[in-house]
Write a protein that binds this ligand. Structure first.
Ligand code: ZN
Length: 387
């Protein structure tokens, strides 16, 4: 008998990646000759980065059987995410080449709503809204809603999300929040995701005003105001001194957000301020952040930041008695009270753009009203599956 391959006779082995595994190691352990393992991995690089291999990933390895009961390594494949499969396989010349197969994703629009008993976070996650979507919503409302004080029993939320679903039903990527509303003490606030005619995407209120205000007054979540702006007795130096910022006490490591879009002017140690960041927002306003335990990723002078980016973490570096953020807003170079300063408001759509927005908003509201509640739908599906 010859030693050629038996047509169609393949053996497939599925390997699960463990911590510390490399593709090379796994293939060699599965009996693949080193040179061939290397060649197949090299070809995969065209469509996939082997360093992105994660514990739990599954690798499918195929061998072709020949007439001498020998096995020839034929190729391998894996699904880096539910939306695509990458494979390296041997072609007629014996060389490996890579292919990427993308799954057809379908769009799903979901509606969530319910009462808020204690917190929006608890109420919405209980209904099935993802934490990432909620973070977007909370950020968008944070200019107008104080989530510690403004939420009362009887309040209500409504959320609409778009998401991508793979053919196997698995969700792909993060959902996009297209609409959200909060009814707080009988008053309804809504945000709409809108892509303007220039292609810029932002959240707007009912009237077409961007939810972004010029600067955040509290650039840290869940913090307690521990010292206001103005004259006070200095906790370390003893004598009365002007406090040119506000202090927010929070545990070490709590993220600090950029108060507005801008460019970092300084990021480094600055005397009594400890680890310090100075952000330039526009010709009038700067903000400063002091005593940080460490800086956010890549936060260096010259870096452009967006409002809400993490620029650093709460700490107690410099002249400080405990973990807190010392926050300053500077107007034309002089510190002003962050809790009292008036900002110019964010973008307001007008003219043709406002008309275009109003049409998009009505379409969003119509779509929302036409959808069943997602949790009811999930229950209906479960009931159907049981029957
Ligand atoms: Zn301070």
């Amino acid at each position: 008998m010859g030693s050629g391959p038996i047509p169609g006779a393949n053996r497939r082995e599925v390997l699960t990646v463990s911590r510390g595994d490399t593709l090379m190691k796994m293939l060699v352990n599965a009996g693949v000759e080193r040179g061939e393992a290397h060649a197949s991995i090299e070809s995969l690089r065209d469509v996939w980065d082997p360093r992105s291999l994660r514990p739990g990933d599954q690798i499918s390895v195929t061998f072709t059987l020949d007439h001498d009961d020998g096995e020839v390594f034929h190729g391998l494949s894996l699904e880096p995410d539910p939306a695509r499969r990458v494979l390296a396989s041997r072609d007629d010349t014996g060389e490996f080449s890579a292919t990427e197969v993308k799954a057809k994703l379908s769009d799903q629009t979901l509606r969530f709503e319910g009462p808020i008993d204690s917190s929006l976070y608890m109420a919405a996650t209980a209904e099935g809204v993802s934490p990432t979507a909620l973070a977007t919503i909370i950020k968008a409302f944070s200019y107008d809603v104080d989530f510690q004080r403004d939420i009362h029993p009887g309040d209500h939320f409504a959320i609409m999300l778009d998401r991508k679903v793979a053919p196997n039903g698995q969700r792909v990527g993060e959902p996009v929040v297209t609409y959200a509303s909060l009814t707080l003490s009988g008053k309804k606030l809504a945000i709409f995701r809108y892509e303007d005619s220039a292609g810029d995407i932002d959240y707007y209120d009912q009237e077409g005003h961007s939810v972004r205000k010029a600067l955040l007054r509290t650039p840290v979540n869940g913090a307690r105001l521990s010292s206001g702006f103005g004259k006070r007795k200095h906790p370390i130096l003893g004598y009365s001194k002007m406090h040119r910022g506000v202090d927010f006490a929070a545990p070490t490591g709590t993220p600090i957000f950029a108060a507005g879009d801008g460019v970092i002017e300084k990021a480094g140690v600055n005397g009594g301020y400890g680890n310090y960041v100075l952000l330039r927002h526009n010709t009038s306003f700067h903000t400063a952040y002091a005593h940080m335990s460490r800086f956010g990723k890549d936060m260096k002078a010259g870096k452009r930041v967006r409002q809400g980016d993490v620029i650093g973490y709460i700490g107690s570096t410099g002249r400080s008695t405990g973990p807190h953020l010392h926050y300053e807003i500077l107007k034309k170079g002089a510190q002003v009270n962050p809790l009292a300063v008036k900002f110019p408001s964010g973008r307001e759509l007008d003219g043709k753009e406002l008309k275009r927005f109003a049409a998009a908003r009505q379409e969003t509201e119509r779509l929302y009203a036409s959808l069943p509640k997602a949790s009811t739908m999930a229950q209906a599906e479960t009931t159907k599956a049981k029957n």
